[in-house]
Write a protein that binds this ligand. Structure first.
Ligand SMILES: *[C@@H]1O[C@H](CO)[C@@H](O)[C@H](O)[C@H]1NC(C)=O
Ligand SMILES: *[C@@H]1O[C@H](CO)[C@@H](O)[C@H](O)[C@H]1NC(C)=O
Ligand SMILES: *[C@@H]1O[C@H](CO)[C@@H](O)[C@H](O)[C@H]1NC(C)=O
Ligand SMILES: *[C@@H]1O[C@H](CO)[C@@H](O)[C@H](O)[C@H]1NC(C)=O
Length: 446
């Protein structure tokens, strides 16, 4: 809804309302003058506000208000515009000032500006994600740019990002998909930092990249459920019997304090296809008290815990919180009309059905995230990175068999690459760079 629309539809009622009542006491001359002014303002409201030098729609509401009227709708818009302006790190609006949905769009081939960096130029990168180095024979997946329908994405500017992080700390918290986005951010930033001015250390669940000259860090903290679980070891965590502990957000949350930007994700680890085992007491209890919850109930519990942690531990007038939606997988070729038994292996093109969603990504979880974040938006503003749909098209962008293998692949498996292709994680440079471009856009331009 355009702000201009709201104005014209609200303006007439005021004529017969507050302003006219007061005006009956005015002299006929003044009354006539005022009448024409009001009429002029009504007919040429948009131009008038430009004459007065207020070009942004958000500001354009102001003259209407000064003429003594308000309504639930315009008040609400002003409220939300004000809040937008107050959000830390925001410096401007996207081109047209209207809010543009960055997540509705299409992929366009771009061999000029993509990829944003070369695999070889990012020595920090995890060998799980360096697909070319691990033998991927083509790199078509690197040359795609996300183009929103309604506006252009601002170009990622590493210097600007580092300047914003000067003396600050940014933290990604979640699972290996979020770690991929963290590595992407490091690769994007490190290109403008000379070798002696950066460091990278791993300490337990925490990985820290430091830009020394900026006194800035970008960090990752492994917590695949956000809550305490039996999968919290940052190295050895593959478990089929997953247990999550209720009300345990502070176990990990104590390690997230003092950050200026936090980017959360959590999804894949909840997708056991069964009810979740929830621990009521402590992992140290001799006799463990367990309850079973549906995936949705368990997931909501974690999301609500995250929000209450944010509320208690972050000053949202100075800091920002992001939540990245589910990263889709491409484990079943039949989902996109491929060969039965196939998966992302040997896929070099993307899915071109704009409505493609796939069978693995849960719509109910998506709705939950959106409902819960929306419900608390006024109180705990979390910026939602809705990456699921745009990533669902990218069956070509997974690491597939081109990653470091933890254990040797058996000859039987080698003969059938589909059997060990990783259709969950993504090559870098690649898709997660787009997630960070979206983060960049939302951080500075909302
Ligand atoms: C996420 O973006 C997609 C693509 O624009 C859209 O269809 C979907 O409704 C969005 N989901 C939420 C929860 O905003
Ligand atoms: C990137 O940001 C820096 C610092 O804000 C600015 O000086 C520079 O012009 C920007 N570069 C581009 C290409 O916009
Ligand atoms: C570096 O940044 C931290 C916050 O991340 C701040 O507490 C510290 O004072 C800064 N140090 C210097 C030398 O600016
Ligand atoms: C990979 O896909 C191409 C068609 O896109 C096909 O010709 C080729 O045989 C496939 N290779 C393998 C090893 O499956």
């Amino acid at each position: 809804m355009g702000v201009g629309e709201t104005k014209t539809s609200n303006f007439p009622p005021s004529l017969s309302h507050a302003s006219v009542v007061r005006k009956t006491k005015l002299s006929p001359f003044l009354f006539t003058l005022l009448f024409f002014f009001v009429l002029f303002a009504y007919l040429y409201g948009e131009d008038l506000s430009q004459l007065v030098g207020q070009r942004r729609p958000a500001d354009a509401i102001q003259p209407a208000l000064q003429l003594g009227q308000s309504s639930a709708i315009s008040a609400r818009i002003i409220e939300s515009e004000k809040r937008k302006v107050k959000l830390p790190f925001v410096i401007d609006e996207l081109d047209d000032g209207e809010s543009c949905n960055l997540f509705r769009g299409k992929w366009v081939r771009d061999e000029v500006t993509r990829p944003l960096y070369q695999e070889d130029d990012c020595p920090i990168m995890d060998s799980q994600l360096t697909c070319l180095d691990r033998g991927r024979p083509e790199k078509d997946y690197q040359f795609w740019r996300w183009q929103p329908f309604e506006c252009d994405l601002p170009s990622f500017n590493s210097t600007m990002m580092l300047e914003a992080l000067r003396g600050k700390r940014m933290l990604y918290v979640g699972d290996s998909l979020n770690r991929g986005q963290f590595f992407s951010m490091m690769c994007l930033l490190q290109s403008v930092i000379p070798p002696h001015a950066k460091s990278f250390v791993t300490s337990g669940s925490l990985q820290i990249f430091t830009a020394l000259d900026y006194n800035a860090t970008v960090e990752f903290y492994w917590a695949p459920f956000l809550l305490e679980s039996n999968s919290d070891d940052a190295i050895v965590h593959k478990l089929s019997d997953r247990i999550v502990r209720r009300d345990s957000i502070n176990t990990h949350g104590d390690h997230w304090k003092g950050r200026d930007i936090i980017v959360f994700n959590t999804y894949l680890w909840w997708m056991t296809g069964q009810k979740m085992e929830i621990l009521q007491g402590s992992f140290k209890d001799e006799k463990k008290q367990m309850v079973e919850l549906s995936t949705e109930d368990a997931y909501s519990m974690a999301l609500n815990s995250m929000l209450s942690w944010v509320k208690q531990n972050m000053d949202l007038t100075k800091t920002r919180v992001f939540f990245t939606s589910m990263s889709p997988t491409h484990a079943k070729g039949q989902d996109w009309g491929g060969e039965p038994g196939g998966n992302c292996y040997n896929e070099t093109t993307m899915i071109d059905d704009p409505n493609y969603w796939g069978s693995d990504s849960s719509k109910s979880i998506m709705r939950l995230i959106s409902d819960i974040l929306h419900e608390h938006q006024d109180d705990i503003p979390v910026t939602f990175l809705n990456i699921t749909q745009l990533s669902a098209y990218r069956k070509d962008a997974h690491t597939s068999i081109y990653k470091k293998q933890w254990s040797p692949i058996t000859p039987e498996k080698l003969a059938n690459p589909v059997s060990y292709a990783d259709c969950t994680h993504w090559c870098l440079p690649g898709l997660p760079d787009t997630w960070n471009e979206l983060l960049f856009a939302k951080l500075f331009y909302l």
